[in-house]
Design a protein around this ligand. Sequence first.
Ligand code: NIG
Length: 385
Amino acid sequence: MTSTAITGIGELTTNDDELGTLADAALVVEDDRIAWVGPSGSAPEADHHVDVAGRAVLPGWVDSHTHLVFAGDRTAEFAARMAGQPYEAGGIAVTVEATRSASDDELAANLRRHIDEAAAQGTTCLETKTGYGLTVAEELRAARLAHAADEVTFLGAHLVPPGTTAESYVDLVCGEMLDAVAPHVGWCDVFCEQGAFDADQSRRILEAAKARGLGLRVHGNQLGPGPGVRLAVEVGAASVDHCTYLTESDVDALAGSGTVATLLPACDLSTRQPLPDARALLDAGATVALASNCNPGSSYTSSMAFCVTTAVLQMRMTVAEAVRAATWGGARALRRETGDGAVGVLRPGARADVHVLDAPSTTWLAYRPGVPLTHAVWRRGTRIR
Ligand code: NIG
């Protein structure tokens, strides 16, 4: 067993209800777990000692929504969008073609590069999805390769592949595809949106996934108002992601449910959509997460700090709310916020995922927008930066 005391913490965000946010604090990491949290002067002896000289410390970011098993590039599509073209889900087909043509090694290296890029910015727990394969063999390949991430979601229902009818593709997803992929993933997601899958088709897929023991998530209300949020609540999904177009009854449904509203502000900016009404969700009592939605089409960033900054400056979230949403909220969306090895929290027994900012306070994430503030990162107790 090896231990490290991190002392001299100017502001420690724990996300633990009892510990709260501490000034002049310390924590001790033992192997891959947090062993102790408390006042700096009382820190127990440890094998190694790191004094962070008054910097702010928080849990590593928990990025609960990415699409990183992909190949290819959509720079031209992005440029066209910035010149006024609308975002259309059809762009997904371009990435499907490139992904099918890539080797396993290419896909694995691309995924690893993006996980490392995110980790260098403080992301210590990351979910990723299939969804650029859309055949049984390609979705299975993506599910296997995705295991470099902490959590893997099956998104066979990302788009109806060209040349197929929606009904026959839903039959395939609910049967042969889920049979093949379910043993390799923890979650199933559906893109419930006009131009992708309607509520009945989405429900069939989610129920088939639930019957195979998978947790559920939904892409909903991204490009317009729609049934995604209500369906997610109805089936007991852990999260509904996007939530850009919400009605009052969607907000009420989320507030009365255990379904996390995962907001993806970098995607809304990159697709020139309005930003979601985080304030309405929080004021109603809904649980909010922030995630990057890192993918080559609608949101090509791995920066959780950018999402937090945007949430504070443009979505009327407080810094504390945004930081919590990007750590504890993401963990809750992945159902990993409690128990031994919990993420998104810093308390004894939690996974030692620690993010040190080159700042005296998390407020600087919004006060100094765009400035890289990650000073040091521990993931599972190992210093990776
Ligand atoms: O979450 N909404 C659907 N899927 C992705 C977009 C993926 C793409 O454009 O390649 C999203 O935004």
